[in-house]
Design a protein around this ligand. Sequence first.
Ligand SMILES: Cc1cc2nc3c(=O)[nH]c(=O)nc-3n(C[C@H](O)[C@H](O)[C@H](O)COP(=O)(O)OP(=O)(O)OC[C@H]3O[C@@H](n4cnc5c(N)ncnc54)[C@H](O)[C@@H]3O)c2cc1C
Length: 277
Amino acid sequence: MAHSVVPEAEAILDAEYPVLDHGFVRLLDYLGSDDRIVEAARVSFGSGTKSYRQDRGLIHYLLRNDHTSPFEQVNLTFHLKMPIFVARQWIRHRTARLNEISGRYSVMRDEFYLPVDQHISLQSEDNKQGRSDEPAGPELQRRVHEMLESEQKRNYETYSELIDMGIARELARIDLPLSLYTEFYWQIDLHNLFHFLKLRLDAHAQYEIRAFAETIFEIATKVCPIACEAFEEHVTDSIRLSQSERAALARLLRGEPEGLKGKALERFRNKLNLGHE
Ligand SMILES: Cc1cc2nc3c(=O)[nH]c(=O)nc-3n(C[C@H](O)[C@H](O)[C@H](O)COP(=O)(O)OP(=O)(O)OC[C@H]3O[C@@H](n4cnc5c(N)ncnc54)[C@H](O)[C@@H]3O)c2cc1C
């Protein structure tokens, strides 16, 4: 088949999926879908189109066995709007093509991210990179909200004043905070998108980037439903066991104690959703 047209994807082209307070994800374009992955894989075997069941089985087989190149035949282009601190994490993913709005050419808009109360939490005690699962109390949340909002307002006033004084836009912007929204076009193939999603859908990723990753995944599912189903089956909802964890699991299956202690035991039980003893 020359050109993949997926009705579910066509229906959402250009539609804005809101994320956080001012952000969005829009699918601008896509190239290929599940059928392209299958065709690309079958071109190597020289065999033609098979039934839906066989195609689905093939996609699961490819993903399960790290046959990654057929997934690279599918490309998605997004228009994204997100706070700069999220964009800084985003651009660490080097295997995409990106064009961002320039604060040297354009006057930046007065749009800043303000977390909702539920997401204002204290520093986590056991995760140096993360926030606690418990929201801070309402009084503290209100105070944080006020502090962030008044700083954002002040920063933008200074920026506007510098612009009005005729100062170059590239200089006027230098004190704008990381909560300011930016926009970019982002194009990535499905293999690398899955790598991005594996990292950024994970519970260890910051809530704000996770919110965008979840929306991206929802959109990707419209373009490649079978590949996304296989990704959930073999990647996000699967676990990787170390050598000693595999041995511990074998002991458990034989009805013996795991033979792990302390943090190693805790990690193992968490991976298997066994909870604490
Ligand atoms: C929860 C979390 C916490 C993080 N914390 C930090 C932090 O504290 N500090 C920090 O600096 N970063 C941090 N990062 C960023 C992280 O280290 C990676 O830079 C980011 O996740 C991108 O991953 P990647 O390089 O695999 O992805 P991509 O850049 O998309 O690359 C995909 C894959 O391509 C290959 N590849 C790409 N470019 C090259 C290359 N030049 N040479 C060799 N192989 C290449 C690698 O196999 C790579 O895995 C964090 C990421 C996560 C998810």
